[in-house]
Ligand binder design. Structure first.
Ligand SMILES: [Zn+2]
Length: 291
């Protein structure tokens, strides 16, 4: 999931070669939360490549994936690796396996979510290494956007497949279910520790200076946190009021996603004991104060 809708107009080629070992095939699922669609990646240099993520299961994706395999020199898919279990990454597993055979599917387990793949999941976790001719992927657990989220360092390029943690368009959503802004900020710091060069995101174009982008993401979230605390200090108690002030320069169409973002900040600050709310369980409707 990515946003925002102002970037819906951005289009990318369906198939593109981003490096000698990375071919991207677009998932054919453009939308408010996916931007131009989910990037799926063929990784490696040989006859057999890894497929990183599978899109959402759109019928139009399979011909795109076939063209990507042609661009990869007539390669075949050896196995599927998933960054996380959200439907725009895992949703294509069944149709890809139907078309290309019973490929192994590896991801960090998330019970209650993985069942949607309709097949057995090979568990991998932080530190797992997956090798294919010409490419070595090392998994880095990066929860926050989703609790099962793995990013992958491509060792040969010092590049990072960031999944939904860093995006080429929009900003990462921290959903209520399985999301946690505190985890997310710690994950960004861990990803920065990898000192990545290029970032290959799950949505939008590649990011040439990944480390700079990670620092920018961290600074942006900390600035938002300061703004939320300042709004509370000035007596603004409800999320919509805070959004009106903090996002004054943004079109109102973005105020919905903005409210979700402010709410994720408040939940983080609440867990840290820095803010408190009335009995309302819905963070967007609750009345908030500094603790
Ligand atoms: Zn996601």
């Amino acid at each position: 999931m990515a946003q925002p809708p102002v970037l819906l107009g951005l289009t990318l080629p369906d198939v593109d070669v981003w490096s000698e070992r990375v071919v991207v095939a677009l998932g054919q699922n453009p939308g408010v939360f996916t931007g131009p669609g989910t990037n799926t990646y063929l990784v490696g240099t040989g006859r057999e490549r890894l497929l990183l993520d599978t899109g959402q299961g759109m019928p139009a994706y399979l011909p795109v994936l076939e063209r990507a395999l042609e661009r990869a020199g007539g390669a075949r898919i050896r196995e599927i690796v998933l960054t996380h279990g959200h439907p725009d990454h895992l949703g294509g597993v069944a149709s890809v396996r139907e078309r290309f055979g019973k490929l192994r599917v590896s991801k960090r387990p998330w019970p209650g979510v993985d069942e949607a793949a309709g097949c057995e999941i090979e568990p991998i976790d932080d530190g797992s290494v997956i090798r294919v001719e010409g490419a070595t992927l090392r998994a880095v657990h990066a929860p926050g956007h989703a609790e099962d989220h793995l990013c992958f360092v491509l060792e040969e390029e010092r590049a990072l497949f960031s999944g939904d943690n860093v995006l080429g368009v929009g900003t990462t959503v921290i959903p209520d279910r399985g999301g946690d802004l505190g985890d997310y900020l710690r994950s960004l710091a861990r990803l920065l520790d990898q000192r990545p060069g290029v970032i290959y995101p799950a949505h939008g174009p590649r990011i040439p200076d990944g480390s700079a982008k990670l620092r920018e993401y961290i600074a942006h979230r900390l600035e938002r946190e300061r703004q939320v605390l300042a709004a509370l200090g000035d007596g603004l108690a409800h999320v919509p009021e805070m959004v009106k002030r903090i996002y004054a320069a943004y079109p109102e169409a973005l105020h919905g996603p903005a409210a979700a973002s402010v709410a994720s900040h408040l939940r983080k600050l609440e867990r840290e004991g820095r803010v408190a709310r009335d009995a309302e369980p819905d963070a967007v409707r609750a009345r908030w104060r500094l603790a």
